[in-house]
Ligand binder design. Structure first.
Ligand code: SAH
Length: 362
C-alpha cells in the first residue's frame, strides 16, 4: 500500500495515522466513514475534517486513492462497464452486473495480462503492471457509486491473472470485506492456473484474512491436457493433472471446494465427447462447473456455440452428477468483452456512446 494513499486502511490504521498526524483518534473514524460509506472522491470532499489539516495533507501528497472514470457504458439490462484510469495514466475495466437480489462487481487485478489465453481480448496486449490493493478496492467503490446500490458480490474476473498478484488481491479482499462490508463468501477469485501458487494462496489467505472463505474458480476450459494446451499457452508448463492435484490440495488446506469455469468455443471444446470426458475427470469432486459461452472478440478465431450445443453440454454433465450453470450473457455488444473496452478506447472516443446488448463477464 503506497504510504500516501488512504483507501485500503482499516479504522484502527486510520485512527493510528490520525494520531501520528497530531489529530485525535476520532478523526480516523470520521475518515473511515467518508472513505468507505460516503465514498469521498478526494480529500477536498471530506468536509468533516478541519480545512487546515486537509490542506496540509494535500501539500504532503496524501490522496484518497480513487480511480478516475474515463468512460461508462450502460447496457439495456442496466449492466454498467467502467473504464477507469490509474494515477499513472493506465486504463482498467470494471463491471457492475445487477439482478433483483444481487449486484456483482467484476474487478480487474492487473493492467493487461501476461497469460495470453487465445480467446481473451485482455491477453492480446500483454501485461503492463499489477494493481495495488487500493486500486482494486476503488473499483468496487466506483461501481457502487455509479449504480447507486451496495454491491453484494465481488468477482476477480476482469482484466488480469489474480494469482500473479496474490498478496495485493488478498489485501484488497480484506478491505472489501472489513471496510466495505462484503462477506468473504461472496467474493470469487478466478484463475487460469499458475504453477506452484494454489497451496501458497491457501496459506497466504489464512495468514492475511484469518480464514480462506472466498470461492476459488479455476478456468479449466478443456477436459484434457492436449486440448487445454491448444487454448491456453501457459497450460504447457502447468499440466492438467498438476492443476487438478493442486485443486485437491487447496481443498485439503482450506476446506473450500474449488469450482471450475469452462468456456465453450464452438466446435472446439463443446462436443458431447468433451462433456463426457469432463464429467469423468470431475466425478466425485462435487465441484460446480460454470459454463461460459464464448463472447466473440474482434480478431477472434473462435465461434460462439449454438444455444442447443450449450444446453446439450450441460445435460451431459448433469446426467453424470456434475452440478453446473450457464453464465448468462449480459448486455454488451461485441466490442465490450474482457479487455476490449480498453483496447477500443481511442476509437470509441470518436464515436457516440455505445449501447450494447450482449455481455459475458470476462
Ligand atoms: N485470469 C483469470 C481471470 C480473468 S478472466 C482467469 O483466467 O480465470 C475471467 C473469465 O472470463 C475466465 O474464465 C475467462 O476464461 C473468461 N473469458 C475471457 N475472455 C472471454 C471471452 N471472450 N468470452 C467468454 N469468456 C471469456
Amino acid at each position: 500500500m503506497p504510504k500516501n494513499v488512504l483507501i485500503g486502511r482499516s479504522t484502527k490504521e486510520l485512527e493510528e495515522w490520525a494520531i501520528s498526524q497530531g489529530e485525535p483518534a476520532f478523526r480516523g473514524r470520521q475518515l473511515h466513514h467518508w472513505l468507505y460509506t460516503k465514498g469521498a472522491e478526494n480529500l477536498e470532499a471530506i468536509t468533516v475534517l478541519p480545512k487546515a489539516w486537509r490542506k496540509s495533507l494535500l501539500e504532503d501528497g496524501y490522496q484518497v486513492g480513487r480511480l478516475k472514470e474515463i468512460k461508462r457504458l450502460v447496457s439495456l439490462d442496466s449492466t454498467i462497464k467502467l473504464l477507469l484510469e490509474t494515477n499513472d495514466g493506465l486504463n482498467i475495466e470494471s463491471v457492475g452486473i445487477p439482478t433483483d437480489h444481487r449486484l456483482t462487481v467484476c474487478v480487474s487485478s492487473q493492467v493487461g495480462c501476461p497469460m495470453a489465453c487465445s480467446f481473451c481480448a485482455t491477453g492480446k496486449e500483454g501485461l503492463l503492471r499489477s494493481l495495488d490493493a487500493y486500486e482494486i478496492v476503488s473499483q468496487v467503490i466506483s461501481i457502487r457509486e455509479v449504480m447507486g446500490r451496495r454491491p453484494s458480490n465481488v468477482v476477480f474476473m476482469g482484466m488480469g491473472e489474480p494469482l500473479l498478484n496474490m498478496e495485493q488481491v488478498l489485501i484488497a479482499i480484506r478491505s472489501i470485506n472489513r471496510d466495505l462490508g462484503i462477506g468473504q463468501r461472496r467474493i470469487t477469485i478466478s484463475t487460469v492456473g499458475v504453477s506452484n501458487t494454489l497451496p501458497t494462496l491457501a496459506e497466504q489467505a489464512i495468514s492475511i484474512l484469518g480464514r480462506a472463505q472466498f470461492t476459488l474458480a479455476v478456468s479449466l476450459h478443456a477436459p484434457n491436457q492436449e486440448l487445454r494446451e491448444k487454448i491456453i499457452p501457459t497450460a504447457r508448463s502447468y499440466t492438467f493433472n498438476s492443476l487438478l492435484e493442486d485443486c485437491k490440495h487447496y481443498f485439503s488446506i482450506t476446506g473450500r471446494r474449488v469450482s471450475f469455469e469452462y468456456i465453450l468455443l464452438g466446435e472446439l471444446n463443446d462436443q458431447p465427447e468433451h462433456a463426457n470426458e469432463l464429467a469423468q475427470v470431475l466425478k466425485g469432486s462435487q465441484s460446480h462447473v460454470n459454463l461460459i459461452p464464448y463472447n466473440p472478440i474482434a480478431d477472434g478465431q473462435f465461434r460462439r456455440p449454438s444455444f442447443n450445443r450449450v444446453a446439450d453440454f450441460r445435460r451431459i454433465l448433469e446426467r453424470n452428477g456434475i452440478v453446473s450453470s450457464i453464465r448468462s450473457s449480459r448486455g454488451l455488444d461485441k466490442n465490450a468483452a474482457c479487455g476490449q473496452l480498453r483496447r477500443d478506447h481511442s476509437q470509441m472516443l470518436t464515436q457516440p456512446d455505445v449501447t450494447y446488448e450482449d455481455l459475458t463477464i470476462g
